[in-house]
Design a protein around this ligand. Structure first.
Ligand SMILES: [Zn+2]
Length: 209
């Protein structure tokens, strides 16, 4: 599996480019900004982007999706419960002092049980509301790797005080599908360093509540 993780934009969202080393097919997860950098990684590995997957509709995760779609022709996939947030990207841009990226159109909604793929590398979608109503995580079972969006961070969890956020729901998502994963699962959070499910089970103060 080709997996490049690099921060994009002023809020340093972790963007992932995941590719199949044989078919050269790829998905890009959370192209929040700096699409030129994303495309440079794609080209360096000789990849063809087949899917643009967004963990939730906050501007720092979705801001570059339309530009990336224009460059690659790949569909944008996002859970439909974040449509409301997607319609207020201008307002979100003003909050964080970013330029509005314009409208983002969703090609298909992702829900629990759906799969996304980069060639032979397949991830199951976990709908994990709480940070936003439509937040999802992606679990690559063979590789034991979780792309967590802003649901789980090293030593912390996603904030729930923004529109659509719910502390009760994020705790249900974490104690449900997320912490049910094996301890040696590598977690790629939406911001900051990588961690593992076991490390967070043992040390994350929010998970002992
Ligand atoms: Zn967020």
């Amino acid at each position: 599996m080709i997996h490049e993780i690099f921060p994009v934009g002023p809020l340093q969202c972790n963007c992932s480019v995941i590719g199949d080393e044989h078919t050269r097919e790829a998905m890009v997860i959370d192209p929040g900004d700096e699409v030129d950098n994303v495309m440079a990684v794609v080209k360096r590995h000789g990849l063809t982007v087949k899917q643009i997957v967004v963990t939730h509709a906050h501007i720092d995760h979705v801001g570059g999706a339309t530009k990336l779609k224009r460059l690659t022709g790949a569909p944008i996939l996002l859970n439909q419960n974040d449509y409301a947030l997607l319609k207020m990207l201008d307002v979100q841009a003003a909050w964080v002092g970013m330029k509005s990226p314009g409208a983002v159109a969703i090609d298909a909604s992702l829900a629990t049980g759906d799969q996304v793929r980069a060639g032979s590398h397949v991830a199951g979608v976990l709908h994990t509301p709480g940070h936003t109503e439509g937040s999802i995580c992606l679990y690559f079972a063979p590789e034991k790797k979780l792309i967590a969006g802003d649901t789980l961070f090293a030593g912390s969890i996603g904030r729930t005080d923004l529109p659509g956020g719910s502390y009760e729901k994020i705790m249900r998502s974490l104690h449900g599908p997320v912490m049910a994963l094996p301890d040696d699962t590598i977690v790629v959070p939406g911001h900051g360093p990588l961690t593992t499910i076991g490390e967070e089970r043992a040390t994350n103060p929010f998970l002992s509540l």
